[in-house]
Design a protein around this ligand. Structure first.
Ligand SMILES: Nc1ncnc2c1ncn2[C@@H]1O[C@H](COP(=O)(O)OP(=O)(O)OP(=O)(O)O)[C@@H](O)[C@H]1O
Length: 251
């Protein structure tokens, strides 16, 4: 579904991501881990289009996308949950989720905001999608409450619902567990497991090794901008290069 081939990006002459290749198959949960500064966020932004690659190619559903703007990639079916993304204040939970739908309806965001008549059919479709997404993440009963009153764990679930409302082919999660503790983290892991059981394809970028190795079918490890391991979680966790990269960080 997603193929990244020999992608590089530098800042001020120093490579943040260097000659990285990885692929995500249909229905797979692929995890990307790595110590601080390994290049995870840079890689994520290269895939979503928020940063331009200097070398390499990125293909999504058989189409080359590395020159496409983020919204064009989103329209092809990439849906993103950004690291520590906020919910929209002054909007209900349901309204927050609806925002995610505007990529795939005929109506653009502006037309929908103006509530032009020809977009009313879309509105019904969006409401149905939002209801399904809220149900999926366990927030249906919170639909009419102000989004910013939700506890952080549920705000993260809300961001997932917003991404699901766009009917993604590939869900891209950037450090979804950051800032979550104990029970909230556990609930998020269960939710990602459920999405995986639904057959959703997920690319999960995360600092927390235990979180990723529990959820991913395959794990790619970055260190100093390069891939140092790629394989099943158990294999990767025992890899001496991976252990050394994480130990190096701890010392
Ligand atoms: N916009 C930027 N300008 C300059 N340097 C950058 C920029 N973005 C990232 N870098 C550098 O690129 C390297 C990789 O950073 P990146 O944020 O991708 O790593 P990361 O693995 O996501 O780290 P963390 O786990 O700490 O978020 C770091 O050395 C960082 O300082």
């Amino acid at each position: 579904m997603l193929t990244v081939t020999g992608v590089s990006r530098s800042f001020g002459g120093v490579y943040a991501v260097r000659d990285v290749s990885l692929s995500v198959a249909d229905g797979e949960v692929c995890g990307v881990i790595g110590p601080n500064g390994a290049g995870k966020s840079t890689l994520f932004n290269l895939i979503t289009g928020h940063l331009a690659a200097e070398h390499g190619r990125i293909s999504f559903l058989g189409q080359r996308v590395d020159r496409l703007a983020p919204h064009r990639r989103a329209r092809l079916g990439m849906s993103i949950v950004f690291q520590a993304a906020r919910v929209f204040r002054g909007m209900t939970v349901e309204e927050n989720v609806r925002v995610g739908a505007h990529g795939h309806t005929r109506a653009g965001f502006v037309s929908a905001a103006l509530r032009l008549p020809r977009h009313r059919a879309d509105e019904r479709e969006i409401a149905a999608d939002a209801a399904i997404a809220l149900q999926r993440v366990g927030l249906a009963e919170w639909a009419d409450r102000p989004a910013d009153r939700l506890p952080i764990g549920q705000q993260r679930a809300l961001q997932l619902a917003r991404a699901l409302c766009a009917r993604p082919r590939l869900l891209l999660l950037d450090e979804p567990a950051s800032g979550l503790r104990g029970e909230e983290r556990e609930r998020l892991a269960t939710l990602v497991e459920e999405l995986r059981a639904d057959g959703l394809t997920i690319l999960l970028i995360e600092h927390d090794v235990a979180f990723v190795t529990r959820l991913a079918d395959r794990v790619v490890v970055l260190d100093l901008g390069q891939v140092i391991a790629d394989g099943p979680p158990a294999e990767v966790r025992a890899d001496p290069l991976v252990l050394a990269a994480y130990l190096g960080q701890a010392s």
